[in-house]
Design a protein around this ligand. Structure first.
Ligand code: ASP
Length: 453
């Protein structure tokens, strides 16, 4: 049995929904279908989820949002009209949205979640109606009835372990199940959404719960590319990679598949197949537990900007018990999280997301490090990009770091910092943000274009 998830761009118009119908019905193993809300039809278009957020915010402020309600309902009605589905479903969708808008606003976050979730909920109803209209045995299933229980964190809900056992019975249902992505219910029956793009998470949970043979994640690219196509033109596809490699690459900025969605599939050892709705015969990328190490040491290169580093040096730091803890405590007092901590004998750098750091916080942190830890030197460096060179093959290959460093040197990129994770699945280079693209291009040339040495 396969669990299949379709992203927003795969469901943005009648034409796209028709493709979804053909993909699902072409394989009898495709029994559980998870849908997103209608996404963008063209690059300047607005996703239904974003329209819903705007609509909820407007309603909270002004007590009306008629124009936005009509815009949202129209997105569904265009699909229904294109596919000749009777209009009752559109009336149901409009009623539902109006009822939600009139709902309890005492907790704005919960109110927003309920309205955001309606994007997928109503789309699942519509897709089920399309399948039924075409004579296929398919039904909409509500996450509450199916038992998808989540924690009480609006906009960032986490699945509760008991969900898996409850959801298992979806296996037994006859016909095709159309299930809305992106949200679940807490123990009091209130709607809570996952973080943005969270329909991937729903698909993975269901794949785990029903013990699917594969979780197919349909999006709008042929595969996960080994490097960002906005940096390198026509980069190579990744045919196969491990969960750990995908985790490292998504951390480093690959957004094809939601970071949190890997875990449920990984725990149950279910392969994830990222595929293209617009080119369904392409095999896509397979994410598995173990792969044949046939592709060189590096599987992909990710990069992301917006980091800063706090460099601290103190003579005999290595002998001072509790130095690292005290340093991290200062960051914790500010509520800051960190990304990496490369260290030497007498120095340590902490890399963190620059978004957290205000000018004022920066001044106070530096002061505290001097005063409380008696550091010799404290320096904060801004505007860094982190480049992750990822591949399980690095563990058994000699000279990967040397090749990467040489490629960067040849491209005149100064390496601000190097860090190799203990797992040897990835290597991180920090460079100045303005050199990010050049660095990624050089590494791509080295590992994917040049003949391996
Ligand atoms: N529609 C939601 C979003 O835009 C969830 C999803 O598409 O996966 O974030």
């Amino acid at each position: 049995m396969k669990v299949v998830k379709f992203g927003g761009s795969s469901l943005a118009s009648g034409e796209q929904v028709e493709k979804v119908f053909n993909i699902v019905t072409s394989d009898p193993e495709r029994k559980i279908v998870v849908v997103s809300a209608p996404g963008k039809r063209f690059s300047d278009d607005i996703k239904v989820t974003d329209l819903l957020i705007e609509c909820a915010e407007r309603y909270m402020l002004h007590g009306e949002a008629d124009e936005l309600v009509n815009k949202i309902v129209e997105r569904y009605s265009i699909i229904a009209d294109d596919l000749g589905v009777p209009s009752d479903i559109i009336n149901t969708i409009k009623e539902d949205l109006l009822t939600l808008l009139k709902g309890d606003q005492s907790s704005p976050e919960r109110y927003l979640d309920a309205i955001k979730a309606s994007g997928e909920d109503n789309n699942a109803k519509l897709v089920a109606a399309v399948f039924q209209h075409k004579g296929v045995d398919a039904s909409y299933v509500n996450p509450k009835d199916a038992g998808l229980l989540v924690s009480n964190e609006p906009g960032n809900a986490q699945t509760l372990p008991e969900s898996y056992e409850r959801l298992h019975s979806l296996r037994e249902r006859s016909g095709i199940v159309i299930f809305p992505g992106f949200f679940g219910y807490n123990e009091f029956g209130q709607v809570l959404t996952f973080s943005r793009s969270g329909s991937d998470i729903t698909g993975s949970i269901l794949a785990n719960a029903v013990k699917a043979d594969v979780y197919e994640n349909f999006t709008d690219v042929d595969a996960v590319y080994c490097v960002n196509p906005n940096i390198v033109k026509n980069p190579k596809d990744i045919k196969e990679m491990t969960y750990r490699e995908m985790r490292e690459l998504s951390y480093g900025g690959f957004s094809v598949f939601h970071e949190e969605a890997l875990l449920p599939a990984f725990r149950a050892g279910i392969p994830v197949n990222v595929r293209n709705t617009n080119n369904p015969t392409a095999p896509g990328t397979l994410i598995v537990n173990k792969r044949n190490g046939s592709t060189g040491p590096v599987v992909g290169i990710a990069s992301d900007g917006g980091f800063c580093s706090i460099y601290v040096s103190k003579y005999l730091m290595n002998r001072e018990i509790g130095f690292g803890r005290k340093l991290l405590q200062i960051l914790e007092d500010f509520g800051f999280s960190y990304e990496h901590i490369p260290s030497g004998i007498d120095d340590i750098s902490i890399i963190l997301s620059q978004k957290q750091m205000t000018e004022e916080a920066e001044k106070k942190i530096v002061e505290r490090i001097y005063n409380e830890l008696h550091a010799d030197e404290v320096k904060i460096e801004h505007d860094l990009a982190l480049i992750m060179v990822v591949g399980e093959g690095m563990r058994h290959n000699v000279g990967t770091t040397a090749r990467a460093a040489k490629a960067l040197a040849n491209a005149q990129v100064n390496i601000e910092m190097i860090n190799q994770g203990s797992s040897e699945v990835s290597m991180m280079f920090a460079v100045k943000e303005e050199l990010e693209k050049r660095a990624v291009q050089a590494l791509y040339e080295e590992f994917f274009v040049a003949v391996p040495v």
